[in-house]
Design a protein around this ligand. Sequence first.
Ligand SMILES: Cc1cc2nc3c(=O)[nH]c(=O)nc-3n(C[C@H](O)[C@H](O)[C@H](O)COP(=O)(O)OP(=O)(O)OC[C@H]3O[C@@H](n4cnc5c(N)ncnc54)[C@H](O)[C@@H]3O)c2cc1C
Length: 413
Amino acid sequence: MTGFETLNRRRLMTGLAGGGLLGLGGCATALTPARPATPSAAPPYVTPFAERRPPIAPVHARMDRVFDITVCLRPFRATGPRLDAEQVGDTLVVHNYGHGGSGWSLSWGSGTFAVRKAMAGSPASVAVVGCGALGLTSALLAQEAGAKVTIYAKDLLPDTRSARATGSWTPDSRIALTDSVGPEFAAQWEEMARISFKRFRRYLGLPGDPIEWSDRYYLQDPPASTPGLVPMPVPPQAGAPLEFATYGERIRDITPRPEILPAGATPFSDGPVRRTSLMQYNVADYAHTLMADFLAAGGRVERREFHSLSDLAGLKEKVVINCPGYGARALCKDESVTPVRGQIGWLIPQPEVNYGVYYRNVSMLSRRDGIVVQALWGGDMFGFGNDQEVIDRAETEHAISILAELYGRMTAG
Ligand SMILES: Cc1cc2nc3c(=O)[nH]c(=O)nc-3n(C[C@H](O)[C@H](O)[C@H](O)COP(=O)(O)OP(=O)(O)OC[C@H]3O[C@@H](n4cnc5c(N)ncnc54)[C@H](O)[C@@H]3O)c2cc1C
């Protein structure tokens, strides 16, 4: 087992935040960790044997029900998101980009850091570049801090990469590399995660459920002799496996403990199943809510494309929060922004399916705006360094066939 696999197994078992949490980047092939997460990590909660089986409706996993396939590039930086400020001519530019697979999850915390810097001189007006998860949340926070805010962006949220995310609370998914960041980043990450987590409470229980909690089930791989198993592809290896930083242990107090459900407690499989609960973002509704709040507070939006940082100095606002996501590679000539390709197959929503599943390196999350199906052959390294933002239909077909095999056995049994 490589160090990388050990790491992902560890994250799976402990149910800590991150890609391994059904964000999903983990390798879910085992329910038993090679070693505990840390010496202090609490073991999973073992559900009493008598627990009643929760209703688990099957997903109709068929390609003819896939109504869309989307691809996006996670903006990963080994040193974590860029949050420094620089002077460009007479304009203060505060950067807020490079959040890997954690952009939605960390948005409010990261935006809070950026707005603190932007508002240090109490400007009356602030420009925000970008209208993805980071741009929109930064804009709302700048309004709350008293500024008149204009968002300048090439694309508005429904057309941004943010709209093509899984939509799960994954605050340390591909956020940095362990050996590229120090303890100060871990502390900064924790503050960002806690600020965000608290802010999400405002969107729980609203009409349309912009954010809600849902259960996630991590299934054990069935024995290779199981009839009808679809073979898993060998993942293309993008170089040696890297060790992504994990910080879930730092927020254990706000993270539900995973439970091990005994065999037979769910209709999924013969083996034990790990279950945890996570927040999910129903991105269509959540994004709409954020935009409506921004406009209601007097925010302005202008479609504009910038070609270099010096273009930003031409804006009338002399304080700019820069949130271009992966676009920073071109706009800021920042080659530290590494693409991590991710593709989603969208199945027609099924309101009766109110959970997510991780099975044989395929993740499924049922959202109000579609059932999100993603292949993760090879865990967090899948798509690393790959800037091909083009649809690979075979990848989605394969992921759907693995889910079809799972639900075929479930409903047959
Ligand atoms: C498959 C997949 C699944 C994911 N799942 C999750 C998840 O479950 N949870 C989670 O927290 N995160 C997830 N992420 C990560 C998350 O989507 C990103 O971290 C986040 O979307 C980054 O948001 P952003 O606002 O920085 O960038 P973007 O969404 O890319 O927005 C950038 C904005 O800047 C604008 N822009 C860029 N360049 C220019 C320019 N030159 N001029 C003008 N405007 C410009 C764009 O038009 C856009 O408006 C996932 C990512 C992928 C790919």
